[in-house]
Design a protein around this ligand. Structure first.
Ligand SMILES: Cc1ncc(COP(=O)(O)O)c(C=O)c1O
Length: 365
C-alpha cells in the first residue's frame, strides 16, 4: 500500500528543530520561560490583541468561560456547525447550550437566527461563535447583535489563525477569542492554544488562572482555585518557528484550494467550494467542497480511501450529536445540508506535486 496522504498533517522542519533545541538548552523545560513570553508577544502582533499561550484551544475556551461566569443556571448561545470543543467547557461547567444554524451564504453562524435566539433566551451568559475551515464569521454583525442584547461575544477562532475579516486579523472582535495550535491546525505546537483579547486585564487574569491562580508573593498563596493550563516553553519554541512559516503555509494552502477548484471545475466531478463570504479572506486551512448529493460525496470519499488518501465529512452539526439531543436549535437545515454533502480534502501545506497528481488520479481516474 502506498504511503497514506493525511488530511492536514503538520508542516515542520529545521527552524522548529533549532528553536526547540534552543529552548531545551536554555534550561526552561517548564511551563514558563523566554519562548512562552516571546510566543505571547508574537501572537499579540499577529492577532492585534493581547495574548496568553495555553495548553490547548479547549483550555483557552475554558479559561474564558470561567472569566465570563459560565456555570449552572446560565445559558450559552453557540454555533452548531463546529467542533465540540466550542461548547465543551461550558457544558462541563453545567451551563445549558442553545445552538444556532449556519448562514447558507457563509457557512458560519446565521445572524438572523442568532438574533432570534438572543430575543428568546433570558440573559445568556455568552455567545460563542466559531470561525470555520480558515474563514471568519461576520464579526461586525455579531458584535452589533451581541451589543444590542448586552451579551459578551467570544470568538472561537481555532480554525482561522492567519485569516482576515475586512483586513482585520482573525479573532479581533468581541470580548475575547481563542486560537488552537493542535497538530492538525494551520500552525501547530503539537497541542496548544491561546487566549486573546483587546483587554489586557482579561488576558492577565487568564494567565493567572492558567497558573493555579497563584498570588504574586514568594510562597504559594491562593485566593481562588485555578488551573494548570499554561503552555510549555518547549512547545512555545515550536510555535515561534511555526509563526515564521505561517505566510508560506497560507500561500501553499491557497494554492491547494485553487488546485481542487480547477479539478472540480473541469466537469468530471461537479463540486462547489464550501461557502465563503466576501468579508473574509480565508486561509483555506482545509479545502472543503460540496457535492450535489450525499451519495456522490460518499463515492468520492470511498475512492480516496481506496487510494489510501484521507478525507473527512464536514463537521457533524452539534445539534445532531446524540449528547445534545435535548438541546434547542435555531434553524438547523443549512448545517445539516453542509454536513451531508461536504467533504474536507487533503490540505497539508507539505503536499507535493506528486501527491496532488495522485489525488487527482484517485478522483478522476
Ligand atoms: C472550532 C474549534 N474549536 C476548538 C478546538 C479545540 O482546540 P484544541 O484541540 O487545541 O483543544 C478546535 C480544534 O481542535 C476547533 O476546530
Amino acid at each position: 500500500m502506498r504511503k497514506r496522504i493525511f488530511l492536514s498533517p503538520p508542516w515542520v522542519g529545521a527552524d522548529e528543530r533549532r528553536l526547540v533545541g534552543q529552548a531545551f538548552d536554555s534550561g526552561y523545560v517548564a511551563p514558563c520561560g523566554p519562548m512562552v513570553d516571546a510566543f505571547d508577544r508574537r501572537l499579540g502582533e499577529l492577532s492585534g490583541q493581547h495574548a496568553a499561550a495555553v495548553a490547548s484551544g479547549t483550555a483557552a475556551i475554558d479559561l474564558l468561560m470561567a472569566e465570563l461566569g459560565v456555570g449552572p443556571r446560565t445559558t450559552v448561545v453557540a454555533s452548531s456547525l463546529t467542533f465540540i470543543a466550542t461548547v465543551g467547557p461550558a457544558v462541563k461547567r453545567g451551563a445549558k447550550v442553545v445552538f444556532v444554524d449556519s448562514d447558507p451564504a457563509t457557512g458560519t453562524i446565521s445572524i438572523p437566527l442568532l438574533e432570534q435566539a438572543l430575543a428568546d433566551v433570558r440573559r445568556p451568559a455568552v455567545v460563542v461563535a466559531a470561525d470555520i475551515y480558515g474563514q471568519c464569521c461576520d464579526y461586525d454583525a455579531l458584535e452589533e447583535a451581541c451589543a444590542r442584547h448586552r451579551v459578551p461575544l467570544v470568538l472561537d477562532a481555532a480554525e482561522s489563525v492567519g485569516a482576515t475579516y475586512k483586513d482585520r486579523p482573525s479573532g479581533l472582535a468581541g470580548a475575547a477569542a481563542v486560537y488552537s495550535f493542535n497538530g492538525n491546525k494551520i500552525i501547530t505546537t503539537s497541542g496548544g492554544g491561546a487566549v486573546l483579547s483587546r483587554d489586557p486585564e482579561l488576558v492577565a487574569r487568564a494567565k493567572w488562572r492558567a497558573q493555579q491562580s497563584r498570588e504574586p508573593v514568594a510562597w504559594y498563596e491562593h485566593r481562588e482555585v485555578g488551573y494548570n493550563y499554561r503552555m510549555s516553553n518547549l512547545l512555545a519554541a515550536l510555535g515561534c518557528a511555526q509563526l515564521g512559516r505561517l505566510p508560506e503555509i497560507i500561500r501553499r494552502k491557497r494554492r491547494i484550494f485553487d488546485f481542487y477548484c480547477s479539478l472540480f471545475g473541469q466537469g468530471h466531478l461537479p463540486a462547489l467550494p464550501f461557502p465563503c463570504a466576501a468579508h473574509t479572506r480565508s486561509t483555506n486551512w482545509l479545502s472543503v467542497f460540496l457535492f450535489p448529493s450525499e451519495t456522490l460525496r460518499d463515492k468520492v470519499a470511498a475512492r480516496l480511501e481506496a487510494a489510501n488518501i484521507e478525507c473527512r465529512p464536514v463537521w457533524k452539526p452539534l445539534h445532531l450529536q446524540p449528547v445534545f439531543a435535548e438541546n434547542r436549535v435555531y434553524g438547523g437545515d443549512v448545517a445539516e445540508d453542509l454536513f451531508r454533502r461536504g467533504l474536507c480534502m487533503p490540505s497539508g501545506a507539505g503536499l507535493t506535486r506528486a501527491d496532488l497528481a495522485r489525488i487527482a488520479r484517485a478522483l478522476v481516474g
